[in-house]
Write a protein that binds this ligand. Structure first.
Ligand code: GLN
Length: 202
Protein backbone atom coordinates (compact mmCIF):
# COMPACT_ATOMS: atom_id res chain seq x y z
CA UNK A 1 0.00 0.00 0.00
CA UNK A 2 1.50 3.36 -0.97
CA UNK A 3 1.77 6.12 1.62
CA UNK A 4 0.67 9.53 0.39
CA UNK A 5 1.36 12.73 2.29
CA UNK A 6 -1.29 15.44 2.12
CA UNK A 7 0.30 18.84 2.62
CA UNK A 8 -1.48 19.99 5.77
CA UNK A 9 -0.62 23.67 6.14
CA UNK A 10 -4.00 24.97 4.99
CA UNK A 11 -6.89 23.94 2.73
CA UNK A 12 -9.14 20.91 2.28
CA UNK A 13 -6.77 18.33 3.74
CA UNK A 14 -9.43 16.11 5.31
CA UNK A 15 -11.38 15.65 2.06
CA UNK A 16 -8.25 14.59 0.17
CA UNK A 17 -7.19 12.15 2.90
CA UNK A 18 -10.64 10.55 2.90
CA UNK A 19 -10.68 10.21 -0.90
CA UNK A 20 -7.13 8.78 -1.03
CA UNK A 21 -7.86 6.26 1.71
CA UNK A 22 -11.06 5.19 -0.01
CA UNK A 23 -8.96 4.80 -3.18
CA UNK A 24 -6.60 2.40 -1.41
CA UNK A 25 -3.71 4.52 -0.08
CA UNK A 26 -2.40 5.14 3.41
CA UNK A 27 -2.21 8.88 4.16
CA UNK A 28 -0.33 11.18 6.48
CA UNK A 29 -0.87 14.88 7.17
CA UNK A 30 2.46 16.35 6.13
CA UNK A 31 3.85 19.43 7.91
CA UNK A 32 7.59 18.84 8.35
CA UNK A 33 10.40 18.19 5.94
CA UNK A 34 11.41 15.06 7.90
CA UNK A 35 8.03 13.55 6.96
CA UNK A 36 8.86 13.87 3.25
CA UNK A 37 11.18 10.85 3.41
CA UNK A 38 8.36 8.53 4.44
CA UNK A 39 5.94 9.26 1.60
CA UNK A 40 5.63 7.75 -1.88
CA UNK A 41 3.66 10.71 -3.20
CA UNK A 42 2.19 14.03 -2.15
CA UNK A 43 -1.13 15.82 -2.57
CA UNK A 44 -1.33 19.60 -2.42
CA UNK A 45 -4.93 20.46 -1.59
CA UNK A 46 -7.16 23.32 -2.61
CA UNK A 47 -7.20 26.39 -0.43
CA UNK A 48 -5.40 29.67 -0.96
CA UNK A 49 -2.15 29.44 -2.87
CA UNK A 50 -0.49 32.61 -1.56
CA UNK A 51 -1.23 31.57 2.03
CA UNK A 52 0.11 28.07 1.40
CA UNK A 53 3.16 29.56 -0.26
CA UNK A 54 3.83 31.72 2.80
CA UNK A 55 3.33 28.75 5.15
CA UNK A 56 5.68 26.58 3.07
CA UNK A 57 8.37 29.13 3.83
CA UNK A 58 7.41 29.48 7.51
CA UNK A 59 7.55 25.69 7.96
CA UNK A 60 10.87 25.43 6.07
CA UNK A 61 9.22 23.10 3.58
CA UNK A 62 9.62 25.06 0.37
CA UNK A 63 13.13 24.01 -0.62
CA UNK A 64 12.92 20.40 0.67
CA UNK A 65 9.63 19.84 -1.16
CA UNK A 66 10.93 21.45 -4.35
CA UNK A 67 13.97 19.16 -4.16
CA UNK A 68 11.87 16.01 -3.63
CA UNK A 69 9.66 16.94 -6.58
CA UNK A 70 12.74 17.47 -8.72
CA UNK A 71 13.86 13.92 -7.80
CA UNK A 72 10.56 12.65 -9.18
CA UNK A 73 8.19 12.42 -6.21
CA UNK A 74 4.70 11.83 -7.65
CA UNK A 75 2.35 14.70 -6.85
CA UNK A 76 -1.23 15.79 -7.35
CA UNK A 77 -2.44 19.35 -6.86
CA UNK A 78 -6.06 20.49 -6.98
CA UNK A 79 -6.87 24.16 -7.56
CA UNK A 80 -4.49 26.07 -5.25
CA UNK A 81 -2.35 22.91 -5.45
CA UNK A 82 -2.17 23.28 -9.25
CA UNK A 83 -0.96 26.86 -8.79
CA UNK A 84 1.75 25.72 -6.38
CA UNK A 85 3.01 22.97 -8.70
CA UNK A 86 3.37 25.30 -11.70
CA UNK A 87 6.55 26.87 -13.07
CA UNK A 88 4.79 30.16 -13.82
CA UNK A 89 1.76 31.87 -12.24
CA UNK A 90 -0.12 34.91 -13.56
CA UNK A 91 -2.24 37.23 -11.40
CA UNK A 92 -0.67 36.26 -8.12
CA UNK A 93 1.27 38.21 -5.50
CA UNK A 94 4.77 39.11 -6.57
CA UNK A 95 6.24 37.40 -3.50
CA UNK A 96 4.29 34.14 -3.94
CA UNK A 97 6.49 31.08 -4.32
CA UNK A 98 5.77 28.01 -6.39
CA UNK A 99 7.33 24.59 -6.70
CA UNK A 100 8.23 24.35 -10.41
CA UNK A 101 7.14 20.73 -10.76
CA UNK A 102 4.92 21.15 -13.86
CA UNK A 103 6.00 23.12 -16.93
CA UNK A 104 2.78 25.12 -17.19
CA UNK A 105 1.66 28.73 -16.93
CA UNK A 106 -1.39 29.04 -14.70
CA UNK A 107 -3.68 32.04 -14.35
CA UNK A 108 -4.98 32.39 -10.83
CA UNK A 109 -8.71 33.14 -10.28
CA UNK A 110 -9.00 32.92 -14.05
CA UNK A 111 -12.75 32.36 -14.41
CA UNK A 112 -13.49 35.82 -13.06
CA UNK A 113 -16.05 37.33 -10.78
CA UNK A 114 -19.23 36.52 -12.75
CA UNK A 115 -18.69 32.78 -12.77
CA UNK A 116 -16.02 32.39 -10.13
CA UNK A 117 -17.56 29.15 -8.89
CA UNK A 118 -19.44 26.62 -11.02
CA UNK A 119 -19.79 22.93 -11.79
CA UNK A 120 -19.72 21.05 -15.05
CA UNK A 121 -19.33 17.51 -16.35
CA UNK A 122 -16.17 16.92 -18.36
CA UNK A 123 -14.33 14.04 -19.94
CA UNK A 124 -10.95 13.37 -18.43
CA UNK A 125 -8.33 11.35 -20.21
CA UNK A 126 -7.23 8.34 -18.15
CA UNK A 127 -10.56 8.27 -16.29
CA UNK A 128 -12.96 5.66 -17.66
CA UNK A 129 -16.65 5.25 -16.98
CA UNK A 130 -18.11 8.54 -18.17
CA UNK A 131 -17.63 12.22 -17.41
CA UNK A 132 -16.28 13.60 -14.15
CA UNK A 133 -18.29 16.14 -12.17
CA UNK A 134 -15.90 19.07 -11.92
CA UNK A 135 -16.39 21.61 -9.13
CA UNK A 136 -14.57 24.91 -9.71
CA UNK A 137 -14.10 27.29 -6.78
CA UNK A 138 -12.23 30.51 -7.67
CA UNK A 139 -10.17 28.22 -9.84
CA UNK A 140 -7.13 28.75 -12.00
CA UNK A 141 -6.80 27.60 -15.61
CA UNK A 142 -3.73 26.60 -17.59
CA UNK A 143 -2.67 29.12 -20.25
CA UNK A 144 0.50 27.47 -21.52
CA UNK A 145 1.62 23.86 -21.46
CA UNK A 146 5.25 22.85 -21.92
CA UNK A 147 6.27 20.15 -24.37
CA UNK A 148 6.24 17.30 -21.81
CA UNK A 149 2.74 18.08 -20.56
CA UNK A 150 -0.27 15.93 -21.37
CA UNK A 151 -3.61 17.77 -21.36
CA UNK A 152 -6.18 15.58 -19.56
CA UNK A 153 -9.26 17.81 -19.65
CA UNK A 154 -10.70 21.03 -20.99
CA UNK A 155 -13.83 23.03 -20.15
CA UNK A 156 -16.45 21.55 -22.50
CA UNK A 157 -18.70 24.59 -23.03
CA UNK A 158 -19.58 28.11 -21.95
CA UNK A 159 -17.45 31.27 -21.89
CA UNK A 160 -14.32 29.34 -20.88
CA UNK A 161 -14.82 26.58 -23.48
CA UNK A 162 -11.58 24.88 -24.40
CA UNK A 163 -9.58 26.09 -21.41
CA UNK A 164 -7.17 23.48 -20.05
CA UNK A 165 -8.16 22.39 -16.53
CA UNK A 166 -6.34 19.08 -15.97
CA UNK A 167 -2.77 18.13 -16.88
CA UNK A 168 -0.17 15.49 -16.24
CA UNK A 169 3.58 15.17 -16.66
CA UNK A 170 4.71 11.64 -15.77
CA UNK A 171 3.77 11.20 -12.10
CA UNK A 172 2.72 14.80 -11.51
CA UNK A 173 -0.97 15.68 -11.93
CA UNK A 174 -2.98 18.86 -11.49
CA UNK A 175 -6.65 19.78 -11.79
CA UNK A 176 -8.27 23.22 -11.58
CA UNK A 177 -11.27 21.53 -9.99
CA UNK A 178 -11.92 19.64 -6.75
CA UNK A 179 -12.67 15.91 -7.17
CA UNK A 180 -12.18 15.49 -3.41
CA UNK A 181 -15.57 17.09 -2.74
CA UNK A 182 -17.76 14.98 -5.04
CA UNK A 183 -17.40 11.44 -3.70
CA UNK A 184 -16.23 10.26 -7.15
CA UNK A 185 -12.93 8.52 -6.44
CA UNK A 186 -11.72 8.04 -10.02
CA UNK A 187 -9.25 10.93 -10.12
CA UNK A 188 -7.74 9.91 -6.79
CA UNK A 189 -7.57 6.29 -8.00
CA UNK A 190 -5.67 7.45 -11.09
CA UNK A 191 -3.14 9.20 -8.85
CA UNK A 192 -2.86 6.32 -6.37
CA UNK A 193 -2.15 3.95 -9.29
CA UNK A 194 0.56 6.30 -10.60
CA UNK A 195 2.14 6.43 -7.12
CA UNK A 196 1.95 2.64 -6.86
CA UNK A 197 3.68 2.04 -10.18
CA UNK A 198 6.32 4.69 -9.44
CA UNK A 199 7.06 3.12 -6.02
CA UNK A 200 7.19 -0.35 -7.64
CA UNK A 201 9.64 0.84 -10.28
CA UNK A 202 12.14 2.21 -7.78
N1 GLN B 1 -8.23 31.10 -5.64
C1 GLN B 1 -7.40 30.25 -4.84
C2 GLN B 1 -5.93 30.61 -4.97
O1 GLN B 1 -5.61 31.48 -5.70
C3 GLN B 1 -7.59 28.79 -5.19
C4 GLN B 1 -8.98 28.36 -4.84
C5 GLN B 1 -9.11 26.92 -4.46
O2 GLN B 1 -8.13 26.21 -4.19
N2 GLN B 1 -10.34 26.50 -4.35
O3 GLN B 1 -5.11 30.03 -4.34
Amino acid sequence: TPTIGVLALQGDVREHRAALEAAGARTVALRRDSELDAVDGIVIPGGESTTMSRLLRVFDLLEPLRARLKEGLPAYGSCAGMILLATEVLDTRSDAEHLDALDITVRRNAFGRQVDSFETDLDMSGVDGGPVRAVFIRAPWVERVGSGIEVLARVPQGPAEGRVVAVRQDGVFATSFHPEVTGDLRVHRLFVEAVRSHAGAR
